[in-house]
Ligand binder design. Structure first.
Ligand SMILES: [Zn+2]
Length: 308
């Protein structure tokens, strides 16, 4: 089984709890994850909505420095550049929260230089670019300027957390396909963080990606949902034609997980259930191939993302 996960908050949690990526008490570590036949993991640097200006940028520097230090310290950690290295964690660095830019356009180039491949435009609240799912309003003028600059720098736009008004405004000026890294179906479970069918259709027509989120509150109203609940989201996305668009965006170490998906070691069980219900071809597409194809294409277009 191969795994491509579009979102986790493990870097932030490692720093908060003074843990390493190698082996830890969190939902993701290299020891457990490397049991897969191939593993690509996006590590987000989460920027709190409470941080603004230089404070936000400095918090990114703190998190990316930890990531760099782990790349040197952990033999099983390599930077993903489109070529999968088996037996290792092939890591992609992203930032969750456009507040990181501190309102400065030139920071986008600096993110790219530091190997950032994706930016989640908002977290839940309003920032300098746009408004998150729990806030009102659309894009700011600065936010509009950021989109072509992100695309020029090969940084993929992530619309998870962006509110619906912002989503549709983005569709007017985004040229490259974008991703909803960790969002589920609003038709299955109504929640402002989930995607309406119209949004899903738009991402589909643009050749983007949607990452299934395991957070209990985005799956259903149940306190501890089981596979049948996640399956309802997958079924619906597949009914909408998302066979080549659907992927995983676990939200490990950023949200409370159902027992059946309490950590990365449980993905093997998830894969078995998916093979059972959907067959191996679709299971492989959702767990790995759709996201891998997308990133290989993007990285081929923009060159390798780092020297390591
Ligand atoms: Zn998030």
């Amino acid at each position: 089984m191969r795994l491509f996960d579009l979102h986790c908050d493990t870097i932030y949690e490692c720093l908060r709890l003074e843990q390493q990526l190698g082996a830890n008490c969190l939902a993701i570590d290299l020891e457990r994850g490397c049991a897969c036949d191939g593993w690509v993991q996006t590590f987000a640097c989460w920027i709190s909505d409470d941080l603004r200006g230089e404070d936000a940028w400095n918090d990114f520097l703190r998190q990316s420095a930890f990531f760099e230090q782990q790349l040197h310290a952990q033999q099983k950690l390599v930077r993903y550049n489109g070529q999968l290295v088996p037996g290792k964690c092939n890591a992609i660095l992203s930032v969750e929260g456009g507040a990181v830019l501190g309102g400065k356009l030139e920071r986008i180039g600096e993110l790219a230089k530091r190997g950032v491949k994706m930016l989640t435009l908002c977290w839940n609240d309003k920032n300098e670019l746009a408004s998150g799912a729990l806030a009102k309003g659309g894009f700011t003028e600065f936010g509009r300027q950021c989109i072509p600059e992100l695309e020029r720098n090969g940084i993929i736009v992530d619309v998870s957390h962006l509110n619906e008004q912002g989503f549709w405004e983005l569709c007017e000026f985004a040229k490259e396909p974008f991703i909803a890294t960790h969002s589920n179906s609003a038709a299955v479970h109504r929640h402002p963080r989930n995607l309406t069918d119209a949004q899903v259709g738009e991402i589909l027509s643009r050749g983007g990606l949607i990452g299934l989120n395991f957070y209990v509150k985005f799956l259903s109203r149940k306190r501890n949902p089981d596979f049948s609940v996640l399956k309802r989201h997958i079924d619906h996305f597949l009914e909408l034609g998302c066979e080549d668009v659907l992927a995983l965006g676990s939200d490990f170490d950023g949200a409370s997980m159902p027992d059946f998906l309490c950590g990365i070691e449980r993905i093997a069980n998830l894969y078995q259930s998916m093979v059972e219900y959907y067959g191996q071809t679709i299971a492989d597409k959702i767990l790995f191939e759709n996201a891998n194809r997308f990133f290989q294409h993007r990285m081929g277009k923009n060159g390798p993302c780092g020297e390591e």
